[in-house]
Design a protein around this ligand. Structure first.
Ligand SMILES: C[S@@+](CC[C@H](N)C(=O)[O-])C[C@H]1O[C@@H](n2cnc3c(N)ncnc32)[C@H](O)[C@@H]1O
Length: 260
């Protein structure tokens, strides 16, 4: 994909510095905002990164903007407080001290939700897509959080730009208490507005039974896989779950395999 890095209009010296540094790291051009329109045409860019005035990093492509936002974790926590139920959190059985490996970080919303229940633990998040990793890791660190709980949860999330399949094969047995995997669904849920801008950049590689065995090997308590009722992933993997939780309404399923 062809892309470049720029700033907002009338940037500060610091914004220019950050944008130049990101462009160097990614080995692409830094383009000043005033030159961007022409540069975009001349080089047929697919998208560009923008260091915004408010310190946020976003990706713009035509009319679409991809940015970090912790909104879904807020909604989920609110629901937990109202109904005391969330299939993911319930299936994890957290005591508050665990180290959880979230192998598919995405927007980081579930990582934040999990981290909220780990006052003495942490979440390690993996993301295969470099562009998603850039936006979400920047957001987790610099987002202007208005709720203290999300700010604290974010400080307990550590992220890496790596493919889960490679990563788990380098880990020793029982390295993490719980391993969680939420790959892209094969029937996209376009109603999920929070995930829509991420789709263009996501990794769609399928996990196989060997990957599942590796994830279970590196967990000491349990492995949790997420899929949808309409997806073929669980049939394809043909796994024996100890518990399968989810709601018919959302069509989202969490399969739990306990480490024996
Ligand atoms: C459905 S999203 C995860 C959403 C996430 N649970 C959240 O709360 O935002 C799946 C993410 O996993 C990433 N992904 C898919 N396959 C991966 C792999 N093999 N290794 C690491 N990340 C992967 C995708 O790029 C995408 O960002």
């Amino acid at each position: 994909m062809r892309f470049a890095v720029t700033t907002s209009y009338k940037p500060s010296k610091e914004e220019i510095h950050k944008a130049r540094r990101l462009a160097d790291e990614m080995e692409v051009e830094y383009v000043s905002r005033s030159r961007l329109k022409q540069y975009e045409k001349d080089h047929e860019l697919d998208f560009y990164y923008v260091f915004d005035k408010n310190g946020q990093l976003v990706i713009r492509s035509g009319d679409s903007v991809f940015f970090f936002h912790p909104g879904m974790s807020k909604v989920r926590l609110k629901n937990i407080k109202l109904q005391d139920s969330d299939y993911l959190i319930n299936s994890m059985g957290l005591t508050g001290r665990e180290t959880v490996l979230d192998t598919t970080l995405g927007l980081g919303n579930e990582a934040l939700l999990i981290a909220n229940f780990l006052p003495e633990g942490r979440v390690i998040g993996l993301e295969a897509s470099e562009h998603i990793f850039r936006i979400v890791s920047h957001g987790l660190e610099y987002y202007p959080y208005s709720d203290d709980w999300i700010k604290e949860a974010a400080s307990r999330v550590e992220v890496y730009n790596v493919d889960l399949r490679e990563f788990v094969r380098t880990c020793s047995n029982d390295s993490y208490d719980i391993v969680y995997c939420d790959p892209m669904f094969d029937t996209p849920q376009y109603r999920s507005h929070s995930i829509n801008p991420l789709r263009a950049f996501a990794s769609y590689e399928r996990i196989n039974r060997e990957d599942v065995s590796e994830m279970l090997r590196v967990s000491s308590k349990r492995l949790i896989l997420k899929s949808r009722t309409r997806d073929t992933l669980f049939q394809e993997l043909d796994l024996k779950f100890d518990r399968l939780w989810g709601s018919k309404k959302s069509g989202v399923l969490y399969g739990v395999i306990e480490k024996k």
